[in-house]
Design a protein around this ligand. Structure first.
Ligand code: SF4
Length: 267
């Protein structure tokens, strides 16, 4: 099998930004309508139970609605300006756990593919992670977590438990990733699945994970690992799923550079 190791680049522009803004605005509108209906429909029932109940329920519904809309607005502020906001750590946890399922449903309503929603979700997550790094605790201990499918399928070397076993022949990106990990002084690990990835994370106890994976694994990994910050980068699959996959090295290096810069500024 001949594998062309061309340098893969991100597509120009940021379509995720437009997608997420549309999705979040629509989610805010739909949730507001749902909350209003939740209040109006049983309104007369409330007054029959107790004269003061409609007011109590009105206050409750307004509080929940206000909290949801404020969270969505804060999320968008971080996403657009890339700056941290109060409670951003909590906000990221809520967003990571609750946003993807909600956005997937809303995305379906407007005919978006699941992958488009997943890309938008990871874009928001990445902005929140970087905002947190810039304005919070600097990430000293960084882990590059790679999927096993990046390794050349014909390579006989076992790298999952010890990536340093790689002979650096250059037939796959593992060599370049090892070079990067040494250049920037960060850990590199390769996982064959979620269980091993979790074990690596427990062992290494990183402050920040830069993870490469497909849409499904990356979104579930980000959700599983929260509140630990995971910066996600999608792999590329020129030979189909799980075979000799690729990663945009310039994207990995640019995040590493940014993280090192943050660490320098904060030291
Ligand atoms: S770079 Fe390392 S992992 Fe990749 S094919 Fe060569 S020896 Fe195997």
């Amino acid at each position: 099998m001949t594998q062309r190791l061309t340098s893969f680049k991100m597509p120009p522009g940021q379509p995720e930004k437009k997608t997420i803004l549309i999705l979040v605005a629509l989610t805010a509108v739909l949730l507001t309508i749902l909350l209003v209906l939740f209040y109006i429909v049983p309104y007369y029932g409330f007054s029959r139970i107790h004269a003061g109940l409609p007011i109590v329920m009105g206050v409750l519904v307004a509080a929940v609605g206000g909290f949801v809309v404020l969270s969505l607005v804060l999320l968008m502020v971080v996403f657009i300006v890339g700056h941290d906001v109060p409670f951003s750590k909590k906000l990221r946890s809520i967003a990571v756990k609750g946003l993807l399922p909600t956005l997937t449903v809303v995305g379906k309503l407007i005919g978006l593919r699941k992958e488009e929603v997943q890309h938008a979700f990871v874009a928001v997550n990445n902005e929140l992670v970087m905002a947190q790094c810039r304005n919070g605790h600097p990430p000293r201990n960084v882990l590059l977590l790679m999927p096993h499918c990046l390794q050349n399928a014909d390579c006989p070397v076992k790298i999952t438990y010890r990536v340093e076993n790689c002979k650096r022949c250059g037939k796959c990106r593992i060599k370049d990733l090892l070079d990067l990990s040494e250049k920037y002084g960060v850990s590199l690990a390769v996982a064959t699945g979620g269980t091993i990835a979790r074990r690596i994370v427990i062992e290494k106890r990183p402050d920040l994970i830069i993870a490469v994976a497909c849409e499904r694994d990356l979104t579930s990994g980000i959700q599983d690992t929260t509140p630990l910050p995971v910066y996600g980068i999608f792999n590329q699959r020129p030979f189909g799923p799980c075979l000799n996959t690729q990663v945009a090295m310039d994207q990995v290096e640019s995040i590493l550079k940014e993280v090192m810069e943050i660490n320098r500024e904060k030291s």
